[in-house]
Design a protein around this ligand. Structure first.
Ligand SMILES: *Cc1c(COP(=O)(O)O)cnc(C)c1O
Length: 377
């Protein structure tokens, strides 16, 4: 019915709930990623790291989906995340708090059936005192610092920890763990150093199984797998290992609406500070997402969005709520008010966008804003 002119125009999706774009989270792809990782580490089990709201994708949705696929171990970073997640999961799912407990949270943690990761002698003593006061045996995981110097029991405290465990009946240690600092770099010698140190820890605590690998560690070698792998970024589609093709499926897609289009002459200034000056007549579109929505300001005059596979460069500075793109590469009229462009999807991966922004994929994911309509597939 419409004349030829209309045929190449972008379809306009009705935007739901007043949103400025669609953030689509593919839970089937998430499950396939979980299964891929599980099959690499089997017979070891695979946990899910769901800290920071599952890297921004929704801890409740992600955790319940993976629970249905057989995942029973869920790691958050802060205790408050565990409190929020606990009611979302059946009782046979265990939630671990990677940072352990801050003083004063012990009784609530014991009450909630949440398992702290013990990173220091102080955390060990406080948790044991709580168990003693409650006349209960409480579960815990011990994390050892094997060379990252971030979280975990220090080498010089290992004897005191071992003594404590020998003399105290209050804690049930489920397993011991450590974290790799350079697992994304296959050739980094820190990996072998940390593995050797983990073997020494294991020899000093021979009664307990080991959890070691994050996403990167899963791809290093079987030596790092232990009994429980703890992937985060790979579940969500990010690259775990540099210099190797990413075997994970994309989980996130982001489409953003065009608010306005315009044609400007040569010499026009674009955006705050007027830092971008057009070199000729240019067709521009302004899209409804800016740095407050997770499009980093470091993408100013760098990076691009896509339409039907055509690269549309970001021009000028990224604003808080909008970003201007050069659409001159598309036939005139292709994009108009209300059209959608691809920020993350078939033509631009999470890692592509992160690279252009000078960031890592983790930062892109955890910054995705809350003004998009979130849809789970
Ligand atoms: C964040 C985190 C993970 C997951 O790391 P990824 O690189 O996202 O797989 C695993 N273990 C610990 C201790 C962490 O802090």
């Amino acid at each position: 019915m419409n004349g030829g002119m209309m045929d190449f125009r972008a379809p306009k999706l009705a935007l739901e709930s007043g949103a400025c774009g669609y953030l689509t989270i593919d839970l089937d792809a998430l499950c396939r990623n979980y299964e891929t990782l599980s099959s690499i580490v089997a017979p070891a089990r695979t946990a899910a790291v769901v800290k920071a709201d599952s890297y921004g994708l929704g801890a409740a949705q992600v955790s319940r989906t993976l629970y249905d696929r057989g995942c029973r171990h869920f790691f958050v970073a802060h205790f408050i995340e565990a409190l929020r997640l606990r009611p979302q999961l059946p009782g046979d799912a265990t939630i671990f708090v990677l940072n352990g407990l801050l003083p004063g949270n012990e009784a609530t943690c014991a009450d909630g059936g949440i398992v702290p990761v013990i990173n220091s002698l102080e955390q060990l003593q406080q948790w044991a005192e709580t168990a003693c006061a409650l006349r209960r045996k409480l579960p815990a995981v011990l994390q050892f610092d094997t060379g990252m110097s971030r979280l975990g029991i220090q080498p010089e405290d290992r004897n005191a920890v071992a003594d404590h465990l020998r003399t105290s009946e209050h804690l049930e240690i489920l397993f011991i763990m450590s974290h790799l600092a350079s697992a994304d770099e296959v050739d980094n010698t820190q990996n072998a150093d940390q593995l050797a140190e983990m073997h020494r820890v294991s020899a000093e605590f021979p009664d307990y199984d080991v959890s070691f690998a994050n996403s990167g560690g899963i791809f290093l070698s079987e030596d790092f797998h232990g009994v429980l792998a703890r992937p985060g970024i790979a579940l969500y589609g990010g690259t775990a290992t540099s210099d190797v093709a990413n075997p994970m499926e994309a989980v996130v897609r982001l489409d953003v609406a065009v608010v306005q289009t315009r044609t400007v002459p040569e010499g026009a200034r674009v955006g705050y500070g007027g830092v971008h000056v057009t070199k000729g007549e240019t067709r521009l579109a302004t899209i409804a997402a800016g740095y407050a929505d997770g499009l980093p300001r470091s993408l100013s005059d760098r990076g691009a969005v896509y339409y039907n596979g055509v690269r549309l460069p970001i021009v000028g500075r990224v604003s808080m709520d909008s970003t201007t793109i050069d659409i001159s590469a598309l036939p005139e009229g292709t994009l108009s008010f209300g059209s959608m462009v691809e920020v993350l999807g078939d033509h631009q991966t999470l890692d592509d966008l992160a690279r252009d922004a000078g960031l890592i994929s983790y930062e892109i994911l955890t910054s995705l804003g809350h003004r998009f309509h979130r849809q789970y597939r």
